[in-house]
Design a binder for this molecule. Structure first.
Ligand code: ZN
Length: 155
């Protein structure tokens, strides 16, 4: 989960319109930080914000734990991230294999989903609902990666 962020890439951000932390596409970066993002759910453009307003931000300046996965890329064997990605793809393929087009529910923010539902997303393609985060949020596993998207929005 330590993919370097870049414009055009994806990041979880607070959406000022959906009012929750959801998958976003990065529009602009400053240094290594996203500043401008586009919500994958509602398509709105807004400033990047990693957390919901009001959430406590981890105090800066202290001896904060930084990820210690600084080991240089070993030339032998797949990395854990690569293995995890392969496991996800296998899981995705199992869920999708042999399914009919009619088994897929078109993804809409106003729809509600259940774990195991097959979903067709206009941007991300076919996916399977792997987790109901809450009544307004679901996690969908797509072929390339899982994404947190909204559900049950009445907009
Ligand atoms: Zn949004």
């Amino acid at each position: 989960m330590t993919k370097p962020l870049k414009a055009g890439g994806e990041v979880d951000s607070w959406c000022t319109k959906c009012r929750m932390v959801l998958n976003h596409r990065i529009i602009a970066m400053v240094g290594s930080k996203p500043v401008r993002v586009e919500c994958s759910t509602c398509g709105s453009h807004h400033n990047f914000r990693a957390r919901a307003p009001g959430d406590k931000v981890v105090a800066a300046g202290g001896a904060t734990r930084t990820s210690s996965s600084a080991s240089p890329r070993a030339p032998r064997g797949p990395t854990r991230a690569e293995e995890a990605a392969r496991d996800r793809e296998v899981k995705w393929e199992k869920a999708i294999a042999g399914k009919m087009v009619s088994d897929f529910k078109p993804y809409r923010v106003s729809a509600t989903f259940q774990e195991g539902d097959l979903v067709r997303h206009v941007k991300f393609g076919d996916g399977v609902v792997t987790r109901i985060v809450d009544s307004r949020k679901i996690e969908i596993l797509f072929k390339d990666e899982p994404r947190t998207l909204a559900q049950g929005l009445t907009d």
